[in-house]
Write a protein that binds this ligand. Structure first.
Ligand SMILES: [Zn+2]
Length: 115
């Protein structure tokens, strides 16, 4: 027979596992809703403005191309850390080719420090 303390610990472990799962993989609809949210669009716009100010023209942080279209990439992907979706230090500008090549395979911060 399990002690009450063991049952509570097991329930805590299960709850933590569920919360961790939710943090990693938001439902498709949540992701879709996020990308059309006012807060994401504001962060995206601010990121593009900062990039343009730093390089004089919109520039891919990886290959330094100035040919768009550009993406605002989550360095730590949403699929791995949903909680950093609106963290300005987790967003970088990438061209189409670089962003599509990256997928969610690495978490390299390509940004150069602002001088
Ligand atoms: Zn690029």
């Amino acid at each position: 027979m399990m002690l009450l303390e063991e049952l509570v610990a097991a329930a805590d472990t299960a709850r933590a596992a569920i919360e961790a799962q939710r943090a990693r993989k938001p439902a498709g609809l949540d992701k879709q809703r996020f990308y059309s949210s006012r807060s994401w669009r504001a962060l995206r716009y601010a990121t593009l403005c900062k990039n343009r100010e730093q390089y004089a023209a919109l520039t891919c942080e990886v290959c330094k191309s100035t040919d768009g279209p550009f993406h605002c990439d989550h360095i730590e992907p949403l699929s791995l850390n949903w909680h950093r979706r609106l963290d300005p230090t987790n967003v970088q500008v990438m061209c189409d080719d670089c962003n599509l090549g990256k997928g969610n395979r690495d978490q390299i911060d390509w940004r150069e420090p602002v001088e």
